[in-house]
Design a protein around this ligand. Structure first.
Ligand SMILES: NC(=O)c1ccc[n+]([C@@H]2O[C@H](COP(=O)([O-])OP(=O)(O)OC[C@H]3O[C@@H](n4cnc5c(N)ncnc54)[C@H](OP(=O)(O)O)[C@@H]3O)[C@@H](O)[C@H]2O)c1
Length: 273
């Protein structure tokens, strides 16, 4: 498939208020000249992004405040985004995690995670991809995680949602392969973002540690994968090695090793609520 040229065209990014989503928005505006539909709950962050990108790069930014864990929000985001504009790229990046034992995850936390990481991704993929298919062009990217390649104790529900995203994205990519529409699954390992600090995982994993990427370095690889229309992209040599290892080694071994990583450190001192 021909690479996408986003200059003067609209790209929608969910989770554009921080971390990976914010850095992808910055890169797409600065280096690709894309207009951005920026979706998240924190309006002040989206307004600051609009001021930053419109001022520095002469692109347009539509801040779209939405809580993707709520019923109907995915459909509303699609309707508002396509009103009076053509969206040619969509990055479904918003996501939340829970770190701890499954038996300790509150029901609301799980419901929010499932709605944000899974349900909204399916609903928005269906709507935007249908538009792309009608026009015979478009690029969709789903942000998964290396956590989705094998079961991950103490982030079990999160890893399961990311497994869903990988499976769903790859299946959808095949269904759309002759339509001119690309579906990229982007599966990073650890990134130094709010997700790492809010979940308490930053007490064990820090920026600069082996395998933990900065959000801007990770965003560069993600945007490249979207533009080049790769089907699956795992950023970083170590993460690619781990992803391959997870395919080759028995899952029982991987589960034991990843559990040991947490059991030795973080679980002895659980994150504060
Ligand atoms: N950090 C990592 O180590 C890591 C590793 C692998 C994969 N990932 C994946 O990368 C993606 C981005 O995460 P990140 O690391 O950049 O974390 P982050 O800094 O916490 O960003 C998460 C983004 O999602 C948005 N979001 C969360 N819940 C939302 C909701 N209900 N409705 C709308 N927006 C919502 C947040 O915005 P608001 O709070 O303003 O709504 C924020 O912009 C996620 O899908 C994550 O699973 C992260």
């Amino acid at each position: 498939m021909k690479p996408m040229n986003f200059r003067g065209r609209w790209v929608l990014i969910t989770g554009a208020s921080s971390g990976l989503g914010l850095e992808m928005a910055r890169l797409l505006a600065k280096e690709h000249g894309a207009h951005i539909v920026a979706v998240a709950r924190r309006e002040d962050r989206l307004l600051a992004l609009k001021a930053e990108l419109e001022g520095a790069h002469g692109v347009q930014v539509l801040p779209l405040v939405a809580d993707l864990s709520r019923p109907g929000e995915a459909e509303r985001v699609h309707a508002v985004a396509v009103e009076g504009r053509t969206v040619d790229g969509v990055i479904l990046n918003a996501g939340v995690t829970f770190f701890g034992r499954v038996l300790e995850q509150p029901a609301e936390s799980f419901d929010t995670m499932l709605a944000t990481n899974v349900t909204s991704v399916v609903r928005m993929s269906q709507r935007f991809a249908a538009d792309f298919v009608r026009r015979g062009e478009g690029a969709l990217m789903l942000v998964a995680s290396t956590a989705g390649f094998a079961p991950l104790p103490y982030q079990a529900t999160y890893a399961a949602t990311k497994s869903f995203v990988i499976s769903f994205g790859r299946g959808l990519a095949h269904e759309l392969r002759k339509t001119g529409v690309s579906v990229t699954v982007f599966a990073p390992g650890g990134i130094a973002t709010e997700m790492l600090s809010l979940s308490g995982l930053d007490r064990q994993f820090k920026a600069g540690d082996l395998g933990i990427m900065s959000a801007d370095a990770c965003a560069r690889i993600a945007v490249e994968a979207l533009v080049r229309r790769r089907e699956l992209a795992v950023p970083g040599l170590l993460n690619r090695f781990l992803a391959t290892t997870m395919k080759l080694l028995p899952h029982a071994f991987i589960v034991q090793r990843s559990a040991a990583l947490y059991e030795g450190g973080l679980l002895k001192e659980p994150p504060k609520p």
